[in-house]
Write a protein that binds this ligand. Structure first.
Ligand SMILES: [Zn+2]
Length: 192
């Protein structure tokens, strides 16, 4: 599972637990959509140890929101209106929280690019190997690590672009990564 997606979901679960004044935070299990899950995005049972989240096409903010929704059911009650209100609030709070951290988010993304594309451009097999190693190919295997890298870097880039768009007119939004690192940024789009 992309590390940042898990982080966002955990953040959302903690947000809802705090709203409920609960000490326990449920575990999070990610699953892929199947023909049987239809358009279901998550599941929980009241008092259950874990909540489930469908990861396909999930943005970071959406993950925080759905985790909060399911945590509300898990630790609270079946009330759909309250769960949905908590979901909306968690999503907004996550977005605001990440916006506050935008300088750090930008720095982390640049560090990842520098690591994966040390020459300033995507070097095919060599860059793929570095990315896979960074995402744990030794433990989970090369292909799985590469898939993980694709998704995680894609999510990071998507979030970064969102923040940059929201930050237009903000004097601290400065240059984009594209402006500084045209070759690296171009290669990064292949992750999506
Ligand atoms: Zn619900």
């Amino acid at each position: 599972m992309p590390p940042l997606l898990r982080h966002a979901a955990t953040w959302g679960a903690k947000y809802a637990a705090a709203q409920l004044g609960a000490r326990r935070v449920p575990g999070i299990r990610f699953a892929k959509a199947t023909t049987e899950t239809l358009d279901v995005k998550g599941a929980a049972s009241i008092g259950g140890a874990d909540i489930r989240i469908i990861v396909d096409d999930l943005s970071l903010a959406a993950a925080a929101g759905i985790a909060a929704h399911e945590t509300w059911h898990s630790l609270g009650d079946e009330d759909e209106g309250k769960a949905t209100a908590t979901q909306r609030a968690a999503k907004a709070a996550w977005t605001a929280h990440r916006y506050e951290q935008r300088a750090q988010i930008r720095r982390q993304l640049e560090e990842l690019y520098d690591r994966i594309c040390p020459s300033g451009r995507w070097e095919g097999e060599a860059s793929a190997r570095i990315a896979a190693a960074w995402y744990g190919s030794k433990t989970i295997g090369y292909t799985a690590a590469l898939v993980l890298a694709d998704r995680d870097l894609g999510l990071r880039l998507e979030e970064f672009q969102q923040i940059e768009r929201d930050g237009l007119g903000d004097e601290h939004a400065f240059q984009t990564v594209e402006a500084r690192r045209p070759h690296a940024a171009r290669a990064a789009y292949s992750y999506e």
